[in-house]
Design a protein around this ligand. Sequence first.
Ligand code: ZN
Length: 306
Amino acid sequence: MKKFHNVKKKRKSLKKNLLVLHIKFFFGMAFNKIFASGSLPALVKFRSRCAYSDENDSSNGTNGSIQEVMPASAFKVNPNLGYKVHHHLLQLGIETPYDPLITDSSNENAANNARKIEQITDKFKEIMEILGLDLTNDSLEKTPRRVAKMYVEEVFWGLNPHNFPHISTVKNSMKYDEMVIERNINVSSHCEHHFVHIDGIAHVGYIPKERVIGLSKINRVVRYFSKRPQIQERLTEQIYAALSYVLETQDVAVTVIAQHFCVKCRGIEDVNCNTVTSKLGGIFQTDQKTRGEFIRLIQIPNANCQ
Ligand SMILES: [Zn+2]
């Protein structure tokens, strides 16, 4: 009996040792990887950003009135900031060539959208008829209105400063002075030459000065400018300029990698090609080391956050 207990004890301690070994091995591998990449300070600071809550006070207007929640995409918008950013882009000469139909109220904005949907429905009906399609067919009859609603409410709502996202920033009281990078941000846009899809990702980095931004707000800015007929070069510039304006720093870096369906499905019909654009400002442009660190950090594999 005593012998049996001893065997049991030995097995237990063997299991314990094995568990300790596994834990040591796992953490050893993880730390080796992080130290080998030389990015531990940046990563530790990057993770700790998640703990801060949002506030709404910034001199560039991020504390402007929040007027509505868009039913289609359910996010808070800040029209005042949208018009400020619009004027900023106009001054820089990088605004999309369009008439933003400046509106004073949400009601006026909604009326404009309803009118646009009616007009586009009529015009698209004409296009389909010219193509010889039978609009009495029950599969086709609602297509003109479906396309009109898609243009105004789903894929081109970024053609309206009224829909600019509310951006929360907090005072950089923690004195964070390393890079913050938001990686693999979804880019779903349309090329302005052919009105077909652009499908890609964006990486956005910045080095905080007086303020830090709520992380998802970077995604929202990318999304806002993606929801326009675009060319990738301008999209990249606009994301950079808007974030640089809101964050009050030139130290912003934007990289966009995307596939253009006008290259894939027509013309050259190249299905493997993608396009890379980048806008590096401030220290990202002038300092080789900072530029190199940004490029290295956007390339490290995704961490398993589960
Ligand atoms: Zn195109």
